[in-house]
Design a binder for this molecule. Structure first.
Ligand SMILES: O=c1ccn([C@@H]2O[C@H](COP(=O)(O)O)[C@@H](O)[C@H]2O)c(=O)[nH]1
Length: 241
């Protein structure tokens, strides 16, 4: 994905809302946000029906399940996700090389079995909610950027298509890994927006300048008095900085 891509191709709405509200919101902001990110709450409540509902609206579904288990279990789950025709699927890089390879294999096989294009498998490096202190407390060595770089290198060696990272780590990862891995950055906050539980957040313009390909935005759109205006403003910032 190049820097000149239209903003819509680079924006994912995190639909962490009840399904009916999420569908209504996505229908409104879809001109600015090309992906609907279905995460744990929607999938736990509705399963594959949540994916199908956004696909029916014309959205490309980003299935953010952050799979993290033994390789056989992850391969089975990734195969089912691939068969749903999702565009993007997340796994945790910390699951290790064999698990990551199993995820990629499963996602491709599931998509092939149903005639879908293969989803791009993205490995989550260090959650954007973790501060430097949290990173140490969970046993990762070094600053968040160093931990993200180690996990990203492992994941790329295992064959994933991209990485999930904080916008703060995107520039270093791009420098280290070159142009090919897709870099997806949650932890996006327009200037002045509430951080909530995000510890390593930056603005849309910062993420784009740092080399992010896909920006994930949830609460700054859901919580806005005018969500369509908020989505439009973020898309404008992505396009023009
Ligand atoms: O490191 C990560 C990985 C995933 N997420 C997900 O992105 C969205 C962010 O939502 P906001 O409301 O804009 O904070 C959410 O669905 C997370 O599960 C992340 O934030 N950080």
């Amino acid at each position: 994905m190049t820097e000149g891509s239209p903003a819509r191709e680079r924006l994912a709405l995190a639909v962490d809302l009840p399904l009916d509200q999420g569908l209504a919101l996505y229908a409104q902001v879809a001109p600015f946000m090309g992906y609907a990110k279905v995460g744990l709450s929607l999938f736990v409540e509705h399963g594959p029906a949540a994916v199908t509902a956004f696909q029916k609206l014309g959205g490309r579904v980003f299935l953010d399940l952050k799979l993290h288990d033994i390789p056989n279990t992850v391969e089975l789950a990734a195969t089912r996700a691939g068969a749903l025709g999702v565009a993007l699927l997340t796994v945790h890089a910390a699951g290790g090389e064999a698990m990551l390879k199993a995820a990629v294999r499963g996602a491709r096989e599931g998509a092939r079995s149903q005639g879908h294009p293969p989803p791009r498998v993205l490995a989550v490096t260090v959650l954007t909610s973790l501060s430097a202190e949290d990173v140490t407390a969970v046993g990762l060595t070094g600053a968040p950027e160093a931990a993200a770089q180690r996990l990203a290198q492992l994941a790329v060696r295992a064959g994933v298509d991209g990485l999930v990272c904080s916008p703060r780590e995107a520039e270093g990862l791009r420098r280290l890994l070159g142009p090919s891995p897709l870099l997806c950055t949650p932890g996006i906050r327009p200037a002045g927006a509430e951080l909530g539980d995000q510890a390593r957040a930056e603005t849309p313009a910062f993420a784009v300048r740092a080399g992010a390909d896909v920006l994930v935005v949830g609460r700054p759109v859901h919580a806005a008095a005018d969500p369509v205006a908020a989505a439009r403003a973020i898309a404008t910032e992505v396009s023009f900085g």
